[in-house]
Ligand binder design. Sequence first.
Ligand code: ASP
Length: 590
Amino acid sequence: MYRTHNCGELRLSDVGQEVTLSGWVQVGRDFGALTFVDLRDRYGITQLVFDSEDDAELAQQARKLGREFVIKASGLVRERTNKNPNRDTGDIEIEVKAMAVLNESKVPPFTIEEETDGGDDLRMKYRYLDLRRGPLQRNIIFRSKLAIETRKYLDSQNFVEVETPFLIKSTPEGARDFVVPSRMNSGEMYALPQSPQTFKQILMVSGYDRYFQIVKCFRDEDLRADRQPEFTQIDCEMAFVTQDEVLATFEGLTKHLFQHTIGVELPDFPRMNYNEAMKRYGSDKPDVRFEMELNDLNEVAQNKGFKVFDSAELVVGICAKGQAALSRKQIDSLIDWVKRPQIGAKGMVYVKCNDDGSYKSSVDKFYGQEDLAAWATAVGAEAGDLILVLSGEEEKTRKQMGELRLEMARRMELMKPGDFKPLWVVDFPLLEWDEEMERFHAMHHPFTSPKKEEVDRMLNGDHETMKSLRADAYDLVINGAEIGGGSIRIHDRELQEKNFKLLGFTEEEAEEQFGFLMGAFEYGAPPHGGIAFGFDRLCAVMNGQSSIRDFIAFPKNNQGRDMMIDAPSAVTADQLAELSLQMLPTEKEE
Ligand code: ASP
């Protein structure tokens, strides 16, 4: 037998028992006659003691154990004289009577402890070692628990789990597809699904009523810390529902998950419409853990001779509470921050609200104390506060201010871990006009329904009307992270055709790509709608972390590479030939 107990379970009440443990050697410490070994498995760490006065040979063997050796040790549980209150097993140790080395280990390339000295690349290459570390194990086990609780809740609500195919048809909407050549259909490609969207809608037509799947999705996009080329969704669809019913069901799921994994009771989720979110927070996924809302200053700041503001479509400010004492250097660093290409502001104006009631601004040349007092009133600033102002084209400036608001909150440490503020953002626009390409994009996706009261305007309105159409589309936002998004869908052919047309599809293209769906709509499609949660991100947000990578057992790096198995990789000429493919020479070879 390899073990009678695991390395995390023995307590004072077990003293006197003969036990056998197996695990990895975390570290050994030699104190002359006594050798201590910390033995680790996924449940915890237990201290082993080898006494050379009892068994010199065994103690000698223990001294030779290296880090990450796999051993089996048997002995007696005894109370420790020198207890470790930071460990669940810290009151006891095992007086070892017999030991076997089950496998040796090379010296690991980084330390396998709570904090590691390994860099990102090394940890990705030796993912199996990184996955042995406590933080990663807790994340992966948390993820498992979250998936199980998801299934429990959705099952209790009558959802049916259905698998949809991974080899599907490529469509140009949305992100770039990963494609897979078909051997049996030479010259043709499958695509990996960006989401099971059309399949889950078809399942509604087929009468499954409530569908879910915890499913991999694939998008060939440029990567960031919170993006992976393959990621996981909790994907759902419901028939015969209104938006309110979808929101209620998934608010229920979210509350259940928080309660049953991290023991947090969430309050009812407030709702905010898209326009309001953009206006008050400069973002469609506002972090509402703190205020610092955007306030328009056009009225009080324009027509005082400051050209930059006078020519701007929007002058907008936020009030950073208690930040008037920021140094010149700190303010300069903020100005540099908003000027970074990722933010793209041309500059930033600030006003310090001094403790004596006076104001000091970077535009004192144009604005007197009374003017600045009016700004302070408009943004709700008091003595000791700092007002930050941006100006320019409306939409762009609001977004920039939204980013600055978040950056200030980071600097002021207003994003408290353990504080969860969920929010439904609703009433998204149906379509988004792309100035550069002179075309509409679907704000959510092409299957999203306009609000009922907008259908007529959509079928009969002019081009300008289309820009103002509102959709039954919604996002779940928690602490400024988009956790999920969905919509009520179009379920009739005429409206779906109209939407494709607005999105620039010819009739033939729409038929070629989505004829199956529109065809299905002609055979009794029920009204339906759904949502998908980003499962990886939900894991990270619930644990107060920003990167999803450490909640994925085998993630890809920023170049989309799996460093452990070294993928992607070249294939042989034979494989290519079989697929009727030919590699073009790379630049270097040419
Ligand atoms: N399929 C959508 C997405 O991946 C979610 C939904 O509309 O249900 O974002």
